[in-house]
Design a protein around this ligand. Structure first.
Ligand SMILES: [Zn+2]
Ligand SMILES: [Zn+2]
Length: 167
């Protein structure tokens, strides 16, 4: 167990886990710290690579297990993007984006950016349409092509292979 928090967001994380009876392990703290330090919504694999330097014995399966435990406890949020691979972010007040928000997703490179728009926050779904669901959140995912990918599409390809000559 971890004795003293090193940063304010780690203190918030430790308090959050303890309030929910979730053990604060070195692994969970390292995973959360990696997420709190990032605004790129990394995948489990990217988190694994970032944390492995600190905890070389950590496996990808353990990262998945811990992410699921942290997600269930509300310390980590998952972002639904266009591909199979889940993406994660810290979900505690004062960490990462801090508050509930929406996302911009590049359909080409799968980049995920935070999008704050209070008009989206005000979206409500009519009870007539929710088919018995108790609505917890309405999240907007705006899909498009990011500036990097747009620039790449416009630029003439430098990696184009020369046309092979006939013999
Ligand atoms: Zn892109
Ligand atoms: Zn986000």
């Amino acid at each position: 167990l971890v004795a003293t928090p090193r940063r304010p967001d780690e203190a918030a994380f430790i308090a959050h886990c303890r309030a929910r009876g979730l053990a604060v392990t070195e692994q969970r703290l390292a995973i959360f710290a990696a997420l709190a330090a990032s605004r790129t919504h990394p995948s489990a694999e990217q988190i694994f690579l970032a944390v492995r330097e600190k905890l070389p014995n950590l496996s990808l399966a353990t990262v998945y297990k811990n992410l699921e435990a942290l997600r269930a406890a509300g310390a980590v949020g998952d972002v639904n993007t266009l591909h199979e691979q889940g993406r994660y972010e810290s979900a505690l007040p004062g960490t990462g984006a801090g508050t509930p928000h929406h996302h911009l997703v590049c359909v080409s490179c799968k980049k995920v950016l935070d999008l704050q728009d209070d008009r989206f926050d005000a979206l409500r779904v009519s009870a007539r349409l929710t088919q018995g669901f108790e609505v917890r959140a309405v999240r907007v995912q705006v899909e498009g092509v990011c500036p990097d990918c747009r620039a790449r599409a416009k630029a003439p390809s430098r990696s184009r292979k020369p046309i092979s000559r006939r013999r």
